[in-house]
Write a protein that binds this ligand. Structure first.
Ligand code: SAM
Length: 285
């Protein structure tokens, strides 16, 4: 591996870090190693890396994985990785593309094994990428991702807290989450404004399971549409969106022993699932 600092390497390549693409490069190889170690790779798996940048993680992923598919949006960085860091390396495939356009399911079909995902995420795409990973959950074995501390807090937060929101409910439904470690701005070039955190996400079989995951998303989004409003003002009043009358939804709340005077943010993940399952059954009657 080149131990050249990102600053010197970028200068040599005639590049500047691009804020618009969340380019904050890891400075210390041992931090990259910690992230790769957390994937607990067996040497056989395919790892999809999001935003390899100058290859800080990729150089440790390549010897530990069967194959690395690295998705880098910046053509200059993709060219550097391909031509200089991993020339003709059959274990590393650099794709100059937007990670949000990547087809995880198709990649899993081709590799015939669940995919591991790694990345020091560009902060602009963190939420859409997480939604994408939820959709592709069955194609994945696990993910180890670095993100803004604030986003990590949101993912991990329990019901009734100010950070608990749509993405908390849905990610906790689809994945078991572990907070691994935090890194301050001084670990990156250029330093970002905020702290970062590394989380491990493992797909889970939720109990209870949602009969219709798209409906679960719609119910959760309705419940959080106005944070300060009660479930009566959000879900009950939006009954027609679910093909039901307000009276039917009120009856569902009664059966589930959920007081519709509560705010959506107080419901547990399991209660959201029960609510969406009951709405689904009633709307088919
Ligand atoms: N992995 C490197 C590291 O840890 O030093 C770079 C991480 S940097 C935070 C994020 C990387 O993602 C940058 O290289 C950036 O160009 C790339 N990137 C930004 N948006 C992207 C997208 N939509 N798809 C793929 N890569 C993207």
């Amino acid at each position: 591996m080149s131990s050249t600092s990102p600053k010197i390497l970028l200068r040599r390549l005639g590049l500047r870090p691009r804020k618009a693409w969340g380019q904050n490069f890891l400075l210390h190889p041992h931090q990259a190693q910690r992230i790769v170690a957390a994937l607990e790779l067996s040497g056989q798996e395919t790892v999809v890396e999001i935003g390899p940048g100058l290859g800080a993680l990729t150089v440790f992923l390549a010897p530990a994985a069967g194959k690395v598919v690295a998705l880098e949006r910046d053509p200059a960085l993709a060219q550097f990785l391909e031509a200089e860091l991993f020339p003709e390396n059959p274990r590393v495939e650099i794709l100059n593309q937007d990670a949000l356009a990547f087809d995880f399911r198709e990649c899993r079909r081709l590799t015939k094994k669940p995919l591991a995902v790694a990345g020091n995420l560009p902060y602009q795409i963190t939420s859409p990428l997480l939604f994408k990973l939820m959709e592709a959950k069955t194609a994945l074995s696990r993910a180890v991702l670095m993100m803004q501390q604030e986003v990590g807090d949101r993912l991990l937060s329990p019901p009734g807290t100010k950070d608990y929101g749509i993405i908390s409910v849905l990610i906790q439904y689809h994945f078991s989450l572990e907070r691994l470690f935090s890194l301050g701005p001084g670990n990156f070039y250029p330093p970002p404004q905020v702290d970062s955190v590394v989380l491990r996400l493992t797909p889970r079989e939720p109990v209870p399971a949602a009969r219709d995951e798209a409906l679960l998303s719609r119910v959760v989004k309705a419940a959080f549409a106005h944070r300060r409003k009660t479930l009566t003002n959000t879900v009950v009043n939006r009954a027609p969106d679910f093909g039901l009358t307000p009276a039917t939804i009120r009856r569902i709340f009664l059966t589930l022993q959920i007081d519709p005077g509560r705010r959506g943010e107080t419901l547990s993940v399991a209660q959201f699932v029960e609510l969406s399952n009951a709405i689904g059954v009633s709307s088919k009657q």
